[in-house]
Design a binder for this molecule. Structure first.
Ligand code: GLC
Length: 449
């Protein structure tokens, strides 16, 4: 009996211990393995973000509870009223697919703490509202059926959980140390950390293959929260152990940890150039709203036009990145008209021009974009795409490219574009029709030598 204890049981216990806590390492992979793991995502370029929760009812920003400093009691009415009777995720999935999106990320839980699935670890969930349905389950099935890769957003921040300590981003934030101390008495972040792990385990176990997880967000410092508060490494190890291929954002506060993140997430900004870390270009995805808010906001009128949205997408690809474009469905469960119109317009363009998006990236340095154009490049087919943001009169000159181009055509209708070399130069002059083709942003496809 004794030798057995030492030879078998002890090592088993040690193994269990080390694999369960932060002494164990995040899975190691080479640069090439990471590129391979992320290949589908890098080639997809265009995804849909969905922010949906109780905040769809007040319809004035997903941070409404925070902005208006509401207590749980004041916010409770939205829980009691939540009943999106028109919710049909198959319609959502169709709209995403027709817009040209290849993946989707839904807020399983946002900062308000409300859970869109039948979690065993809370009562604050959709199945306990008048609606009574497991939204995550229906969402996963619907989007998968349309062939999109499915992901979850999971908020690290939680403005409802009784053990989550009040911090500077909380609706109940305070002015003095003593006030914080009073409110935080009895709150136990150990329990909250356990809660997050339990929930992440549910989400990544019960719904089949999950391709992306978006943890959001860290804000270290005084009355802030960072990696130690979340046990970021523990969460990430758990996620990777349950879904080895999963792609993870960079908001766990693990920037300097090997394997601590997969891509960076510039939010609501146009990047100046391909983002780098330690001098190396890194995978990136910009997340953007149609207007200023992520959750449904009835009275927000700064909606971007279809041309601006397409430019955001092309611009991202031209710098080697992705676009995650957000929809905030209403309290009835619909994409509102403004969102539908824009998705439709993007789909109309993508139907004919997606070849300049999927599988494309920043053009090699030898190609310089003429004024008012954006270039993308497909390294597999060696084709270069010129997106004309402003349509020129009847010529477009591509500097230094006369000896590089075999053939040129409009992408949307495969009609030839004839060209000449500008005398005594290596510049290529494309002869364009005066009439702008009926395409929001026309694209020229260049076959390179
Ligand atoms: C922010 C906001 C949040 C939104 C997210 C999307 O961090 O807190 O409301 O979900 O960005 O990137």
């Amino acid at each position: 009996m004794k030798p057995n204890l030492i030879k078998v049981i002890l090592p088993a216990i040690l193994l269990l211990f080390f694999s369960q806590n932060s002494f164990s390492q995040l899975p190691k992979e080479t640069e090439a393995q990471k590129t391979q793991r992320m290949k589908w995502w890098t080639e997809a370029r265009f995804g849909m973000f969905i922010h949906w929760g109780l905040y769809a009812l007040p319809a004035r920003h997903e941070w409404v509870k925070n902005r208006e400093r509401m207590t749980n009691e004041q916010y409770q009415k939205y829980f009691e009223l939540f009943n999106p009777d028109l919710f049909n995720p198959r319609e959502w999935a169709k709209m995403a697919k027709e817009a040209g999106m290849k993946y989707v990320v839904l807020t399983a839980k946002h900062h308000e703490g409300f859970c869109l699935w039948d979690s065993k670890f809370t009562d604050y969930k959709s199945t306990n509202t008048p609606f009574g349905r497991d939204i995550i389950k229906e969402y996963v099935e619907a989007f998968r059926a349309e062939g999109l890769k499915v992901g979850f957003y999971y908020s690290l921040i939680d403005w409802h959980h009784p053990d989550y300590t009040i911090d500077r981003q909380h609706p109940l934030r305070q002015e003095s140390d003593s006030a914080y101390a009073r409110l935080n008495r009895g709150r136990d972040m150990n329990k909250y950390r356990e809660y997050m792990k339990n929930q992440v385990r549910e989400l990544l176990t019960n719904y089949g293959e999950i391709s992306i997880i978006w943890f959001d967000f860290s804000f270290p410092g005084q009355y802030g929260k960072g990696r130690a508060d979340w046990d970021s490494e523990g969460l990430l190890k758990l996620a990777r152990s349950l879904q080895p291929g999963i792609i993870v954002d960079d908001r766990l506060d693990l920037r300097d940890v090997e394997g601590g993140w997969d891509f960076t997430t510039p939010e609501q900004v146009k990047v100046e150039k391909w983002p780098e870390y330690n001098g190396k270009r890194i995978p990136w995805e910009t997340c953007q709203t149609f207007s200023g808010s992520w959750g449904y906001y009835r009275d927000e009128y700064t909606w971007k036009s279809p041309a601006q949205l397409l430019e955001l997408l092309i611009e991202s690809v031209s710098k080697g990145g992705n676009l995650l474009l957000n929809v905030g469905p209403t309290g009835r469960g619909m994409f509102d008209n403004r969102a539908q119109e824009r998705l439709k317009a993007m789909g109309d363009w993508m139907k004919f021009n997606s070849r300049s998006i999927y599988g494309c990236t920043q053009a090699p340095d030898e190609f310089k974009a003429p004024a008012n154009t954006l270039l993308t490049y497909n390294p597999a087919t060696k084709r270069l795409y010129v997106h004309m943001l402003a349509y020129p009169l009847n010529r477009l000159t591509l500097p230094g490219m006369a000896d590089k181009v075999k053939y040129a055509q409009f992408l949307h209708d495969a009609s030839e574009i004839r060209f000449t070399t500008v005398q005594n130069t290596n510049d290529l002059s494309l002869q364009l029709p005066v009439l702008k083709p009926p395409v929001e942003i026309p694209v020229i496809e260049l076959y390179l030598k």
